[in-house]
Design a protein around this ligand. Structure first.
Ligand code: AMP
Ligand code: MG
Length: 192
């Protein structure tokens, strides 16, 4: 069992790239776990939020409490997953009104100890358009400059997490009409 983290700003295409990976490789080799799903299920059961995009609007204390719970659940699941590589779909940082909330603080890294952190990236203007088009989510509408800042910060945070955990950090561009190329790069990073 090994754990790999896949992170990227909202609408960078993490979930899309994961879906394409599973279509190529199937579920025997990889198990994809969405960190936001695990957090959302815990918060929904407690009656605190009704939609996953409400999580980041809660107090940092609450978000961190649920985050800790989710990290433990995912670590437990990884232990029960045999030889599969567990891919955790999550975020280096979450943009909140109180500032950037770390997605992989010490207590999360100590549960997961990822071997690799993959940052899925696109150009800020590509991301802006994807957010506008996605009506299934309550995506925050941000300026291109803000998306650019968030993406840069995520690189710095990825390296900080790497310093703590020893994980390698791999950047993968997921540009418009280049999903196949992104998946190829991902498979190379995971398997070669
Ligand atoms: P996503 O579908 O990846 O956008 O995740 C939904 C929500 O889950 C995010 O907007 C965050 O509020 C929360 N979330 C996901 N991963 C983390 C994490 N590692 N730490 C804190 N919150 C997270
Ligand atoms: Mg997603």
């Amino acid at each position: 069992m090994s754990i790999v983290v896949v992170a990227g700003v909202p609408a960078a295409g993490k979930t899309t790239v994961m879906k394409a990976l599973l279509e190529r490789r199937g579920g025997k080799k990889y198990k994809v776990v969405n960190f936001g799903d695990v957090m959302f299920n815990a918060a929904k059961t407690a009656g605190i939020v009704k939609h996953r995009d409400e999580l980041r609007k809660q107090s940092p204390e609450f978000q961190k409490e649920i985050q800790k719970l989710a990290a433990r659940k995912i670590a437990d699941l990884a232990k029960r997953s045999g030889k599969k590589t567990i891919i955790v779909d999550t975020h280096c940082s979450i943009r909140t009104s109180k500032g950037y909330l770390p997605g992989l603080p010490k207590w999360v890294l100590e549960e997961l100890y990822p071997a690799m952190i993959i940052l899925v990236e696109a150009d800020p203007d590509e991301i802006l358009v994807r957010r506008v088009k996605d009506t299934s989510r309550l995506r925050d509408l941000e300026y291109v400059a803000t998306i650019d800042e968030h993406q840069r910060f995520n690189r710095f945070m990825g390296m900080a997490y790497s310093t703590f955990s020893g994980a390698t950090v791999k950047l993968i561009g997921n540009h418009d009409n280049s999903l196949e190329q992104a998946v190829e790069e991902l498979i190379t990073a995971l398997e070669r």
